[in-house]
Every structure is written in C-alpha cells, then in structure tokens.
Design a protein around this ligand. Structure first.
Ligand code: GUN
Length: 298
C-alpha cells in the first residue's frame, strides 16, 4: 500500500494569507480602506487564548486593523451586548468574532445573533446560515473551518464533487452542519454521521471524502477508510503523548494519521492541517466584508 499524501494546510494557508496581504495593500492604496477585525474573548480558557492570539497575529501580518477585547470571565451579558452593538456601528470594523465557548452564564445564541450579519465573519448568524443552506454560498459568510476544509478537498478532487460520497462525522453548528451544506452545494452525496449513528465504520467505508469533527482522539482507523479517500481531520485533542521518549501533552486529531495514511489517498495532519486554514479563511472573510462595505465586488 502506498502512503497517503500529507495535505500541508500550513503551506496552503501561508499562500492564502500572502495573497490576502497583497489584496489588502491594494485596497488601502486604491481606496484608502483597511480591513478591521475585532476579536472578543471572554474569560481565560487556555486553548481560546492561543486561538485568539493566532488570529490577531495573522490579522496584523495581513495589514489589517486588528483589535482585541478581553473581558473577564464574569462579564455581564448586557455589557457584552453593548460591546457588540458598539462594534456593529464602528465603520473601522468589518469583522466581529466572539470566541467560543463562552462562560456558562452567557447566552451564546443571543450573543452570536447580536453581531450584524454583514460583519459576521464567523458565519454564525442565522442570515448567513440560511443563505448557505439555501445554496447562496457566494452571498454568505461561510464558517471558517468548513470553508478551509472545502478548499483542501477541492484542491485534491476538483470543484465538482458529482458522484462522490462524502461522510461528515459530527453535527455541530460550527463544523458538521455547514460542512454538509458546502459538500452538497458542490454536488457530493452527503451523509452526516454522529454519536447516535449505527455502524460508523461501515458508513465511513463508503466515503470518498471523510471529514472528522467529533473531538475523539485517533478515532478514525485505516480499516474504516476506503482506499484512496480524502480524509480531513478537524479534531484538536489534547492528549498525553510520547515525545522524544518523554510523556508530554501534545495535540492529536480525530484521525489516526499514521494508520489511515496507509490506506487513504490524502490526509490532513494535526497540527498543521485544518487549523491554519481556518485562520486564513477568517482573514478572507474579513477582507471580503471590507470590500463589500466599500461598495466593491467581494
Ligand atoms: N471556537 C472554536 N472554533 C471557533 C470558531 O470558528 N469561531 C469562534 N468564534 N469560536 C470558536
């Protein structure tokens, strides 16, 4: 069995941010507009801190106006909503992202739906979900993680997925559901599997495309996977790993990379696969929002 191709999300993301950086410079030179991204983080969740820092750094490296609002874990809901309303009416801000998960006392629905749909670079507003589900993808902000997965899939297979079976494992609003909509829009035959699915290995065995987004370390094994399949690993799990002969905390995906790599056609690694692509798509959405606000083509 030949080894699968390792899809280099990090390199692909770097290419994307390079072209976003160039377009940002042109937008500023020709129209005097700088894309503005506001990231709101509430509390001290360590993983969220890392994600937000990466988002801010990438935004700065693209030449964006980048602001971060760090609120205490006990921030009051009216104060969070007031901040969002202030950002909604700030002309220097084109994208607003409230990092999830939120502390338990806050209403995630109320907060994500308070973001103006035209600044919703996460694609979590019902208006954007509705457009995506209705197939109006070109007119919607598409959630960043599934958008990044889709780019990698289409780089491997082509834009038209007619005749391909795709299995999405996980039915979250952030990844699973929008991923299924995107695959369907590209003409794939889509199955959404989840924790109540019977015979998950049997379902995955029929898939030309597998997207794993469940949060279970190394769950997808080689004997589940159809030879030649494209396997996209969205999982980011913190586990104890042997690194240089020592037990350390490391990251692993939902796919057993080395095992699946003996059967699949192409696999994304963790880290260095979906993660960097997600950040690039956030930059792409923010640039797009700035262009639209200026009356330019997306
Ligand atoms: N937490 C984990 N993933 C995401 C994401 O894509 N957007 C936001 N806002 N929070 C997240």
């Amino acid at each position: 069995m030949t080894a699968a191709k390792r899809i280099d999300g990090k390199a692909k993301a770097a290419q994307l941010t390079e072209s976003i950086t160039r377009e940002t410079a042109t937008l500023l030179a020709e129209h005097g507009i700088k894309p503005g991204l506001a990231v709101v983080i509430i509390g001290k969740d360590p993983a969220s801190q890392v994600y937000v820092r990466n988002k801010r750094r990438t935004a700065e490296s693209c030449g964006f106006h980048s602001v971060q609002h760090s609120l205490d874990a006990d921030a009051l809901q009216p104060d969070v909503l007031a901040l969002i309303h202030q950002l909604n009416s700030d002309d220097a801000i084109h994208g607003i992202l409230v990092q999830l998960p939120l502390p338990e006392h806050l209403d995630e629905q109320l907060i994500t739906q308070a973001i103006s749909p035209s600044k919703d670079v996460d694609g979590f507003h019902f208006i954007n979900i509705g457009k995506l589900t209705a197939g109006l993808t070109a007119d919607a902000f598409v959630p960043c993680t599934p958008a990044g997965c889709m780019l990698m899939i289409q780089d491997e297979i082509g834009n038209d997925l007619s005749g391909k079976n795709a299995v999405v494992i996980g039915r979250s609003n952030i990844v699973g559901k929008p991923m299924a909509s995107l695959l369907l829009q590209a003409n794939a035959t889509v199955t959404v599997a989840h924790s109540r699915t019977k015979n998950l290995p049997g379902v995955v065995a029929a898939a030309d495309i597998v997207v794993a987004a469940v949060g279970r370390p190394d769950m997808v094994k080689a004997d589940w996977v159809k030879p030649g399949a494209v396997v996209i690993d969205v999982g980011i799990n913190r586990v104890e790993k042997m690194i240089d002969g020592e037990k350390k905390m490391g990251l692993t995906g939902d796919v057993d990379f080395d095992d699946v790599g003996t059967v699949a056609g192409a696999v994304t690694p963790v880290p260095g696969g979906v993660g960097p692509m997600t950040i690039s798509m956030l930059m792409a959405n923010t640039l797009r929002s700035a262009r639209l606000a200026a009356g330019l083509e997306a």
